[in-house]
Design a protein around this ligand. Structure first.
Ligand code: NI
Length: 138
């Protein structure tokens, strides 16, 4: 278990008021937990920027009537087989599918995989969210 350290910070009254309003809207019970989350967010961003191993979820909404798209999506996931941990597929309606591709790897490789998939013709929208494997964060 990590040991807790108390610290004090100085900031402008208006900035603190803004912060308190923001964290109240988000439902934080204390400034400490909100600040811990901000630090973790920066830590994850730094891991992404430094090409560390991350996990991520790539959401993809596409039209499966687009010729050869389903085949291309499968081929892309096989090409990056070491990075793709799992895929979930939902048939949204008669034409549209949602896939969530769960990935793990160095951030640049995972971004490359996502760019490849999202640029395929027939993919209507998608987004890659990268996060921590949890090991480095307290
Ligand atoms: Ni489908």
């Amino acid at each position: 278990m990590s040991s807790l350290v108390r610290t004090g910070i100085s900031l402008e009254r208006e900035l603190l008021a803004d912060f308190d309003r923001l964290i109240a809207r988000k439902g934080y019970g204390s400034r400490s937990e909100a600040i811990r989350d901000l630090v973790r967010e920066h830590s994850v961003e730094a891991d992404v920027a430094r090409n560390k191993v991350i996990v991520g979820a790539l959401t993809v909404v596409y039209d499966h009537h687009q010729p050869r798209l389903s085949e291309r999506l499968i081929a892309a996931q096989h090409h990056y087989h070491g990075k793709v941990l799992a895929t979930t597929h939902v048939h949204l309606d008669a034409r549209h599918c949602l896939e969530v591709v769960i990935v793990k790897g160095r951030s640049a490789e995972v971004q490359h995989l996502a760019d490849h998939i999202l640029s395929l013709r027939g993919v209507k929208h998608g987004k890659l969210v990268m996060t921590t494997t949890g090991k480095q964060l307290k």
